[in-house]
Write a new protein. Structure first.
Length: 123
């Protein structure tokens, strides 16, 4: 499948990319991400061997993991289930160009309890 991103109202294409579907390529990509992250964290901790650096690094990793989860699970499942993101650039283009629908304020009210009408037999 090829993904083409076009901002609404324009005919121009921003970028086009294919889905990565080969399992070996996906595992290689994951391994390279892990290697780059582990190497970066190791160099940072060797350069600044402090508990504060470790705490900030762990906090940063956790926050960005939650952001990524929000970007691709929460948005795709609850905000706009019809749109499929192919990456952070696709998400950014979608967030900038999508139309702003009015939002509801507050929580919806629960349905009102039904009262038996006059002359009706009780259940």
């Amino acid at each position: 499948m090829i993904l083409t991103v076009r901002p609404p109202g324009t005919g121009r294409r921003l970028f086009c990319m294919r889905d990565l579907t080969d399992p070996r390529s996906l595992y290689l990509k994951a391994a390279l991400f892990f290697l780059a992250g582990a190497l970066s964290a190791s160099i940072l901790l060797l350069d600044h061997p402090h508990a504060r650096t470790l705490l900030l690094l762990v906090t940063m990793i956790w926050c960005f993991a939650r952001l990524y989860y929000f970007a691709f699970y929460v948005v795709g499942r609850y905000v706009d289930p019809s749109y499929r993101f192919s990456g952070l650039a696709s998400l950014l283009v979608w967030a900038i160009t999508r139309s702003r629908a009015p939002t509801r304020s507050g929580c919806p009210r629960p349905p009102a309890a039904r009262t038996p009408s006059a002359g009706a037999d009780p259940p």
